[in-house]
Design a protein around this ligand. Structure first.
Ligand SMILES: Nc1ncnc2c1ncn2[C@@H]1O[C@H](COP(=O)(O)OP(=O)(O)OP(=O)(O)O)[C@@H](O)[C@H]1O
Ligand SMILES: [Mg+2]
Length: 304
C-alpha cells in the first residue's frame, strides 16, 4: 500500500453553485506535517473536509494510503482524528471528561481512556484546568483541549483545520513543538493562516487559491519553482543599474526586490561599493505566497 494522499481531479461545487475546488490533482506522502495555506475562501476547509471523509467531492477521486475517502470512509475514520475549523468543546464537560468520552466512543476502555485523557491534557499544558468546565476556559485553552483530544487518540492520520488560530504567540510556539512531536509517528494535515508557522513546522506545503492548487512541495521545492530565489532589501532611492523585477517600497523606507542569485550577488557588490545598508536572503514562504497568489484583494473573499 502506498503511503500517500492522492487527489485526482477533486472538485467541489456547493449546492448554491459555488465552485469551491476546481479539479485538484496532487499526491503527497502521509508522513510528517502537510500544511495547506491560502486566503479566506481559498478552499482549505473544503479540501480538508473531503480528505477527512466529512464531505463528498462533486467529482474526482481521493485516496489516503490506498483507501478511497468515499468507498472506504469507515475504515479511514477508524484511523483518523479531526478537529474542524469550527470545532467546539463540549461546554458542560471538563477537558478530561470530554477527551475520556471521545476515547470511549472510539473504543477504548474506561481506565485507559481516563489515563490517556489526563496525559494528553498535561501534554498541552492544561493540567491546572483539567477538571474545570470547558465553558469556563479561555478561547485558546479550548483550542488546546481539542488538540489534546487528537493527541490522546490512537489515530495516525490527524486533520487540524487552523489549530493555532486564537492562540497567543507563546502558546502557538508551544503548539508547534507539540505538532512536530506528534508528526514523528503520525501524519498531520493542517491548515494555517500563519505563513511563518507553515514554514517552521511543515514538511510539505500546499498553496490553494480560488479553488486551485497553485503549488505544492517542501520549502526547497517551492523555492526552486520560483524563477527568483533571493530577496534583496536596500534603502529606497538608491538607483541601481540593470534592476529588473518589481521593486516594492516598504513603510520603513526600504526597497525590496526579488531576483535571481546571480543578479542579487552583482547588486550586492554595487551596494557594498556605495556603502549602502542592505540584506540578501533566500525567499521566505511569505515571499512565495504573495508572488504566487498575488496581492489583488479583489480576487479573494472576506472572512467568514
Ligand atoms: N456549505 C457551503 N455552501 C456554499 N458555499 C460554501 C460552503 N462552504 C464553503 N463555501 C464557499 O466555498 C469557498 C471555499 O470555502 P472554504 O471554507 O473551503 O475556504 P477556506 O480556505 O477554508 O477559508 P477560510 O480561510 O476563511 O477558512 C468559499 O467561497 C466559501 O464561501
Ligand atoms: Mg477554512
Amino acid at each position: 500500500m502506498v503511503n500517500e494522499i492522492v487527489c485526482e481531479d477533486v472538485a467541489k461545487v456547493y449546492d448554491n453553485g459555488k465552485e469551491a475546488l476546481s479539479a485538484i490533482s496532487f499526491s503527497t506522502p502521509t508522513r510528517g506535517i502537510f500544511a495547506l495555506i491560502g486566503r479566506n475562501g481559498a478552499g482549505k476547509t473544503t479540501l480538508t473536509r473531503i480528505l477527512s471523509t466529512l464531505l463528498e467531492p462533486s467529482s474526482g477521486r481521493a485516496t489516503i494510503n490506498g483507501l478511497d475517502v468515499m468507498a472506504d470512509a469507515g475504515e479511514l475514520r477508524d484511523r483518523m482524528a479531526v478537529v474542524p475549523q469550527e470545532g467546539r468543546v463540549i461546554p458542560w464537560m471538563s477537558p478530561v471528561q470530554m477527551i475520556t468520552s471521545y476515547l470511549l466512543w472510539r473504543g477504548a476502555g474506561y481506565r485507559e481512556a481516563r489515563r490517556r485523557a489526563r496525559d494528553a491534557v498535561a501534554t498541552v499544558g492544561l493540567q491546572e484546568h483539567a477538571d474545570r468546565l470547558n465553558r469556563t476556559l479561555s478561547g485558546g485553552m479550548k483550542r488546546k483541549s481539542l488538540v489534546a483530544m487528537v493527541i490522546a487518540s490512537e489515530a495516525d492520520l490527524i486533520f487540524l483545520d487552523e489549530p493555532s488560530t486564537g492562540l497567543d504567540p507563546i502558546s502557538r510556539k508551544g503548539l508547534w513543538d507539540l505538532l512536530t512531536g506528534i508528526s514523528r509517528d503520525r501524519f498531520l494535515f493542517m491548515t494555517t493562516h500563519y505563513l511563518e508557522e507553515a514554514e517552521a513546522i511543515a514538511d510539505r506545503i500546499g498553496i490553494l487559491d480560488n479553488g486551485r492548487l497553485l503549488a505544492l512541495g517542501a520549502m526547497d521545492e517551492l523555492r526552486a519553482s520560483m524563477g527568483e530565489q533571493y530577496v534583496l532589501r536596500f534603502p529606497a532611492g538608491i538607483d541601481l543599474p540593470a534592476l529588473d523585477g518589481d521593486i516594492v517600497v516598504g513603510r520603513d523606507g526600504m526597497a525590496q526586490v526579488m531576483t535571481t542569485e546571480e543578479v542579487a550577488r552583482s547588486l550586492s557588490s554595487t551596494l557594498i561599493a556605495r556603502g549602502a545598508r542592505f540584506s540578501m536572503n533566500p525567499v521566505t514562504l511569505e515571499d512565495i505566497f504573495y508572488r504566487k497568489v498575488g496581492t489583488d484583494i479583489g480576487n479573494g473573499e472576506g472572512g467568514d
